[in-house]
Design a protein around this ligand. Structure first.
Ligand code: FAD
Length: 448
């Protein structure tokens, strides 16, 4: 049977773009459908614009600290949210254009429409046109989950946060994962009164306990308020636009903006997968095997919609592995072990491998080395913020099971150390490496 294309990719985000362009480079006839903008969450409303806001926000501290380094910085420095976001959008447009060019230069047909699956080898576009393909790759990502409570429609998610007309004077952020903590930091640095509320009594589930505690302590010191064990009762919009939020266990709070950062769910609703024999997981995730194959042999899925590890570099690897395996004659599987990750809070966190708690559960006894210090720059600036580096090792062999750090530039510092952890190096290997002095990173080889 002759198909219109060899491969039809649904969703031009991190995973879909990589798979489409690599398959295209192998000479495959590829089309990709995108309902919003090429680049997907990461480029358009995730990692990229977020990181640029984090950079923008950090100037608030840098400008204050600069005085101690001899700079005359006026007391009333002004910040222009509109100027920053306009520049961020320009950069987003540039990357969006670059991604589109890369697809086209690899002979991928880009279709700016929503697509759904209408058969094992057929998709239907929003316009009603049907297209056939030998294989279909679903890379539709995830979307913010909004809790079901009266007045939820008054809240925003990270999607809208980038498009606020101004920095809200008072903002309530619901959730305590990385997105909640990152936006809490961003808005706090820009001068908003920030309250973070969470159902449980902790932030950043999955991260090392001491590192989480350190962020909580520093965030509180910086003025972010926390409300734990709190669930929404409702959000009421008052005549002057104020949002009055009621929640369990705490008094009502009046804010100008409520942002839900309460998790992300796979974007699989209405895709037509039932009809081709694909049963979704309870949260909507598309189940796949190690080769990204779904229950329907001609349909594959990669990225956030499979709910394995919801990170851009993982989606990219899955897309690459799919294209290499199916079209490049290079069978490849993604290795999910030791994936490093970061939280771009103020200060940031970065981690790889097992936390102390996870390592103890798995190995019984472990050795933990730590360095709890104040970065030289913070000392001179009079900034009372301590960094914490932790290394968790197998007791007998000294093999490193995890490294967890919080402090300035933590994600930049951890990436290289993650190579060592992934390679199975030991504490002794780190000890044998001479420090680069004076740096913060040298603490990695000086931990006791
Ligand atoms: P996506 O990038 O979401 O792409 C899916 C695409 O499919 C979208 O463009 C969507 O419009 C399109 N689509 C959906 N349904 C259809 C359809 N039926 N037809 C056509 N098109 C469709 N990850 C990191 O690694 N580091 C970070 O710092 C980071 N920060 C983040 C910050 C925020 C605020 C958010 C929300 C996410 C962040 N992430 C980060 C996560 C990262 O963005 C995702 O893991 C990544 O984008 C997943 O890639 P994907 O290809 O699976 O899906």
């Amino acid at each position: 049977m002759a198909f219109d294309y060899d491969l039809f990719v649904i969703g031009a985000g991190s995973g879909g773009v990589r798979a489409a362009r690599v398959a295209g480079a192998y000479g495959t006839r590829v089309a990709i459908a995108e309902e919003y903008r090429v680049g997907g969450t990461c480029v358009i409303r995730g990692c990229v614009p977020k990181k640029l806001l984090v950079y923008g926000a950090h100037f608030a501290e840098d400008l204050r600290d600069a005085r101690e380094f001899g700079w005359d910085v006026p007391k009333d420095v002004a910040f222009d949210w509109q100027r920053l976001t306009a520049n961020v959008f320009k950069e987003v447009d540039r990357i969006n254009g670059a991604y589109t060019n890369t697809l086209e230069s690899n002979n991928v047909t880009v279709i700016g429409e929503r697509a759904t699956v209408s058969g094992p080898n057929e998709v239907t576009l929003a316009s009603g046109r049907t297209i056939t393909a030998e294989r279909i790759l679903i890379a539709v990502g995830a979307r913010p989950h909004v809790p079901d409570c009266p007045g939820a429609e008054h809240g925003i998610t990270s999607n809208e946060a980038f498009h606020l007309p101004a920095v809200p004077r008072r903002i309530l952020i619901a959730g305590a994962g990385y997105i909640a903590n990152e936006f809490a930091g961003i808005f706090n640095e820009f001068g908003a009164e920030v309250t973070l509320m969470n159902r449980s009594d902790m932030i950043l589930r999955g991260y090392d306990e001491q590192i989480r505690d350190r962020l909580l302590q520093i965030s509180m010191m910086k003025g972010i308020q926390f409300r734990f064990n709190a669930s929404f009762r409702g959000i009421e919009k008052l005549a002057d636009g104020t949002l009055r939020v009621s929640m369990s266990g705490h008094p009502d709070i009046d804010v100008d903006c409520v942002m839900f950062a309460t998790g992300r769910v796979p974007n699989s609703a209405g895709l037509g997968l039932d009809a081709v024999g694909i049963t979704l997981a309870e949260n909507g995730a598309i189940p796949v095997d190690e080769d990204n194959r779904t229950a329907c042999p001609s349909i594959y899925a990669v990225g956030d919609v499979t709910d394995r590890v919801q990170l851009t570099p993982v989606a990219i690897r899955e897309g690459q592995a799919f294209a290499d395996s199916v079209y490049g004659n290079k069978p490849t599987r993604v290795d999910y072990d030791c994936i490093p990750s970061a939280v771009f809070s103020h200060p940031p966190i970065a981690a790889v491998g097992l936390t102390e708690g996870q390592a103890k559960l798995k190995y019984g006894t472990v050795k933990v080395y730590a360095s709890d210090f104040r970065a030289m720059k913070n000392v001179l600036a009079g900034r009372n913020e301590r960094a914490l580096y932790k290394m968790v090792c197998e007791a007998e062999s000294g093999r490193i099971l995890g490294i967890h750090i919080i402090g300035p530039d933590a994600p930049e510092i951890l990436q290289a150390a993650a190579v060592a952890v992934k390679a199975g190096l030991t504490k002794a290997d780190f000890d044998a490496t001479v420090a680069i002095h004076p740096t913060m990173a040298e603490e990695l080889v000086l931990m006791r």
